[in-house]
Design a protein around this ligand. Structure first.
Ligand code: HEM
Length: 405
């Protein structure tokens, strides 16, 4: 086992990864983890290079290449492997460019801007539902229902199905939490994936016959130089958008509220100057981003720092470590809501830069601004909070108490 492997597997790392990120960056910025069977990157410049240079660092097979399974099991998980061997997030240009342009035609900045009033209404309603109680769990009462309702409305799917989306999404991404998932985790992920695929296939069939004013219809219609998304590409894009579209934003909002509660000076600063909300959102993304472990595969032997990465090896890009790299950010461990410049990598970088960033950047400031306006005094209702160990970084729950305005 390598020098840092036991620390990487520790609960301390799960609760607070930043001290180990700093140690790795200083002592072993390109670190081979025997236990995880992959390279770990913690320097900002290495991570931007590996995100940008898709010829050297491919997305093909990034989620499945390191799975170690006996032969019969490979056959059983073939549908999962097939799904994650193609689709927007798993292919490189030029295939990726074509698919991304088609998806972007449906998921436009205009379609996103149209959601503002709707988002404001839900935010208001969710806070009002809790206001008399003087208590809420920021995650379960607020930052979870908000994005799932918004993405369901945009896609044109019944929001009442949200319990299903949550279960499926959590189970599907379950296998991505470690590079070598256990067989039972894989099979559970696959069952959920098959169910979600069928759900979208049914809606795809309906929208082809009876178009509506929603994202799925727009995906069905999107056409570029005579080319359209195939049914499989369209279903895969919907799975990515639904998964990408809710839990990440849930934790962006909750991690932001938690960071404010831990930094009363910054909380006051935002209350005194609500126009800081957009800059504050960028700082929450940098300081405690909800997605920290991105992946690429080396497409050829390549030297990073003084290490040689072999063709086919997996590289894990710790985005949260890049976002605290002192060569890029002054006082990287400090929360500074007006930080400028703030070129964090929470949404990735290069050709796969997050397609949903404009939506997250709309939802989070609206949510946090309203929360602070309607609840002038908020405090943590519990001290011993725990971070989850799932793919997306967030607390298990965030109970707060407050007085109403
Ligand atoms: C705080 C919220 C979010 C974070 C931190 C986040 C993070 C990321 C990251 C790091 C990537 C790049 C993956 C890579 O390079 O391989 C990505 C891609 C993507 N995200 Fe997000 N995301 C967020 C919200 C959303 C939302 C709201 C949606 C959709 C509604 C979304 C949809 C997507 C899609 C479709 C891609 C794939 C883009 C491509 O491969 O070209 N994300 N996201």
């Amino acid at each position: 086992m390598g020098q840092f492997d036991s620390a990487l597997a520790s609960e301390a790392f799960n609760q607070n990864p930043y001290p180990l990120y700093h140690e790795l960056r200083q002592q072993a910025p390109v670190y081979w983890s025997e236990a995880w069977g992959c390279w770990l990157l913690t320097r900002y410049d290495d991570i931007t290079w590996t995100l940008q240079d898709y010829r050297t660092f491919t997305s093909l097979g990034r989620l499945t290449a390191t799975m170690e399974l006996p032969e019969p099991l490979w056959e059983r998980v073939a549908p999962l492997v097939r799904h994650y061997s193609q689709g927007l997030i798993n292919v490189d240009p030029p295939d990726h460019t074509r698919m991304r342009q088609l998806v972007h035609m449906a998921f436009t900045p205009r379609a996103i801007r149209k959601m503002r009033a709707y988002i404001e209404d839900i935010v208001e309603r969710l806070i009002d539902e809790q206001i008399e109680r003087g208590f809420m769990d920021v995650i379960w009462d607020f930052s979870y229902p908000l994005p799932v309702t918004v993405i369901a409305e945009m896609m044109g799917i019944p929001v009442d199905d949200h319990a299903k989306f949550k279960r499926w999404s959590g189970e599907i991404v379950g296998f991505m939490a470690t590079p070598k998932p256990m067989p039972e985790v894989l099979l559970k992920s696959q069952d959920a994936l098959l169910a979600m695929q069928q759900y979208f296939r049914d809606i795809y069939a309906k929208r082809r016959l009876a178009p509506e004013d929603d994202l799925i219809t727009a995906l069905v219609r999107a056409e570029l130089e005579g080319e359209k998304l195939s049914e499989e590409e369209m279903v895969s894009s919907c799975v990515t958008i639904l998964i990408g579209g809710h839990e990440t934003t849930t934790y962006l909002i909750a991690n932001g509220v938690y960071a404010l509660l831990q930094h009363p000076d910054q909380l006051r600063r935002l209350r005194d100057n609500p126009a800081l909300d957009a800059a504050a959102t960028e700082e929450f993304l940098r300081y405690e981003g909800p997605f920290q472990r991105n992946r690429r595969i080396a497409a050829r032997d390549v030297v990073i720092g003084d290490m040689t990465i072999k063709k086919g090896q997996l590289i894990l890009q710790f985005l949260g470590a890049a976002n605290r790299d002192p060569s890029r950010f002054d006082q990287p461990d400090a929360l500074d809501l007006a930080r400028s410049p703030n070129k964090h990598l929470a949404f990735g970088y290069g050709p796969h830069f997050c397609l949903g960033a404009p939506l997250a950047r709309l939802e989070a400031p609206v949510a946090i601004r309203a929360l602070l306006q309607k609840l002038p005094k908020i405090r943590l209702a519990q001290d011993d909070l725990e971070w989850n160990s799932a793919l997306f970084r967030g607390l298990k729950s965030l109970p707060i108490e407050f007085e109403r305005a």
